[in-house]
Design a protein around this ligand. Structure first.
Ligand code: GAF
Length: 385
């Protein structure tokens, strides 16, 4: 949907033109999974799919929210009544951002009318929630002249998700949506939020990165994500470090031998420490002009998430196994897990064959047909009108 159409819809809903229109993208993560709440490394890139928000200020302490993707009309909330975990619906992601901004001292936000429309598939592990949070944060930042930078908006959006929505996620998705750049993957050190844009133009190399949405829906506010996070924190405490990021790769065996009585924690630690190492490997391969060589590293990442972190599912495993058998260079699940999407790295000439093989394997297994598209690294959040 175009920004002009979203602006037009705003006018039909609220009776006046919006003051502006903003867009924030969903993301896929190339490598670095479940490392962001361990102070580790991640490497997402933005999708062309965005959440668009048409927004105007109000001065009466009222927040009005509407989405063309959800039934239920305009929801009206009093800013003074916004409170953590008071709302279980989609509006919590937008209201949570307003709450987080005001709680951080930005009380110059006196209300807003917001209309949203999104092309980011919901529940597909492609960060539709972060896109919604970031587009609201950026619009309010601009309209109320808050002067916050992308990484600061990402932090506040994460706080909205952790405290207001009640989902214990890390900082990757919000930072990806706020800070990614067209044609690049974002290397992010989640300890200090330092960033490096890594050129990532697969089309120029004759390759494609396919996203396969398994259509198995997932949610981070459900228990398994939180259990993995708690297990990682327990591992860090048992090893006497601030976060698992502090366990060096060449000290991993020694660290694991200190966790002999904690089999589950051992597996989580092994995933996180080896995953940070895989991010560094992928960067060095990309920077030394060997993009095809990242394929096996992606597969190692999948095996680690499947066997050590235990967050894959039959549909994600089927994508990876089928794609590799059909000639893909690499494949792995992406995002939080328990459903959602996988990514598949292919030679351009093999894209159709691999796609067909995955679709046929899903049909043969009796799974819902997957949704497959080629992902082009796209721009981060921005004002569009
Ligand atoms: C989800 C979370 F929101 C991220 O913070 C991250 O932990 C990811 O799962 C796993 O890498 O997308």
């Amino acid at each position: 949907m175009s920004e002009a159409v979203v602006a037009e819809q705003f006018k039909e809903l609220y009776g006046v033109e919006p003051e502006g229109v903003w867009a924030a993208p969903g993301r896929v993560n190339l490598i670095g999974e479940h490392t962001d709440y361990n102070d580790g490394f991640v490497m997402p890139f933005a999708l062309p799919h965005t959440t668009i928000a048409a927004v105007s200020r109000r001065e009466d302490g009222v927040l009005r929210l509407h989405s063309s993707d959800v039934e239920g009309g305009v929801i009206e909330l009093e800013l003074s009544a916004l409170a953590p975990e008071s709302d279980r619906g989609w509006t919590a992601y937008a209201a949570g951002v307003v709450w987080a901004l005001r709680e951080a001292g930005h009380t110059e936000i006196t209300g807003a009318d917001i209309h949203l429309a999104s092309t980011v598939p919901a529940g597909a592990g492609l960060s539709s929630s972060a896109a919604l949070e970031v587009v609201v944060a950026l619009a309010l930042n601009d309209l109320f002249d808050l002067g916050l930078k992308g990484w600061q908006l990402a932090r506040l959006c994460q706080r909205a998700e952790n405290v207001y929505v009640g989902a214990p996620t890390g900082i990757m998705d919000q930072t990806a949506s706020a800070c990614c750049e067209h044609g690049h993957a974002l290397f992010l050190d989640t300890r200090d939020l330092s960033q490096k844009q890594i050129p990532f133009d697969l089309a120029a190399e004759g390759m494609r990165l396919l996203v396969v949405d398994t259509q198995v829906k997932h949610s981070h506010s459900e228990g398994e994500y939180g259990k993995r996070r708690a297990g990682c924190e327990k591992g860090a405490a048992l090893l006497g470090v601030d976060a698992l990021r502090d366990v060096a790769y060449d000290e991993l065996d020694a660290a694991l031998s200190r966790l002999d009585d904690e089999e589950e924690v051992r597996r989580l630690v092994r995933h996180v420490v080896t995953e940070d190492q895989r991010v560094e490997k992928v960067i060095s391969l990309l920077e030394s002009g060997q993009p095809r060589a990242i394929g096996p590293v992606l597969v190692e990442g999948h095996v680690s998430l499947r066997d050590d972190f235990r967050i894959s599912c039959p549909e994600l495993d089927l994508v990876v196994d089928t794609a590799l058998t059909a000639g893909a260079l690499g494949a792995r699940m992406t995002g939080g897990g328990f459903g959602g999407s996988a990514i598949v790295l292919v030679e351009e000439a093999d894209a159709d064959t691999v796609t067909k093989a995955v679709e046929e394997a899903f049909a043969a297994a009796g799974f819902t047909a997957p949704r497959v598209f080629a992902a082009v690294p796209s721009a981060g959040a921005r004002r569009v009108l």
